[in-house]
Design a protein around this ligand. Sequence first.
Ligand code: ACO
Length: 336
Amino acid sequence: MTGHVTGQTQENKRLRSVVKGVGSALPRRCVTNRELEKEVETSDEWIVQRTGITQRYIAGEGETTSTLGAAAARAALAKANLAPEDIDLIICATSTPDYTFPSVATMIQAELGVTGGVAFDLQAVCAGFVFAVATADKFLTSGSHKRALVIGAETFSRIMDWSDRTTCVLFGDGAGALVLEAQEGTGANADRGVLTSHLRSDGRHRAKLYVDGGPSTTGTAGHLRMEGKEVFRFAVGHVTDVMTDSFAATGLTADDLDWFVPHQANQRIIDASAQKLHIAPHKVVKTVQSHGNTSAASIPLALAVACEDGRIKPGDLVMIEAIGGGFAWGAALIRW
Ligand code: ACO
């Protein structure tokens, strides 16, 4: 077994990080595959067949990672019926910050008018949101903080090499946010909240998915580079270990899941991962077709869609899972 185990099967009073609200925000401009065909040597057919993506949203003037993140955070607070002053922890998962510093989380903190508590960014690329949920869970269940905004926000369009058709058709921009609140549970799997989380990383895979610039090397933001086939192979071959660990830690199984909400990179990766773990297709939430790959924002964007349309309901068992550059990967089981 790998990763850090926070789940328990025996009855044992303990704090849980319970979902109070979810929100999302997308840029104004939606770009369909057909529109991309005019600027990039590609076709709607190629993109749909290889990835399932039909459109993505691209940030325009005045739209940045922090503005999208703040909008998603506001929407999540509204759903939770909470005010900015109720929040004492803000974690923003992003690899595309507005600036090298300060953190996007502190910019969102200021934008919302939160003056107490702590705010920081977390970078685990596409796995960032799962890492952020796991991190917030440690803070909340330790009793040090009461309510967290966990945000995934990205503007990957700004680190695309738009002359590289093998990458630029895959990504999009957006943000999603969860409000988590520390509440007392019984320690059983029936508790609402994060039941368990498992994180992994292996830095030997850097060259398969990286950005070719940064403050300490080129002094530029750089562009995303990817060996697509290698990423695909690793994602399908390895990411399921953290899901298996989540089941082992709780004694729950794929049959117990109500919803599987994976990172939305590629429909074929999602289908292959679900199939490998015998998760029934009707339990898989997919938004990659309409958002593209929004990196750390993809899971909270998908959660927002599935909550909004009534699929995810209180009491449902939800598994989130993602893999990203590094590689870094993780999974968490959440009783909604
Ligand atoms: N439009 C048209 N043709 C294209 C395009 C495009 N946008 N991109 C590549 N091609 C061509 C290639 O040039 C190649 O042509 P050739 O045979 O004449 O040389 C052909 O299509 C096949 O290219 P491959 O790279 O072999 O395509 P593949 O079937 O591997 O699909 C893809 C590429 C979709 C990137 C796939 O490898 C994949 O899904 N990888 C996973 C990567 C991923 O999703 N990463 C997301 C980021 S990481 C993460 O979030 C976990």
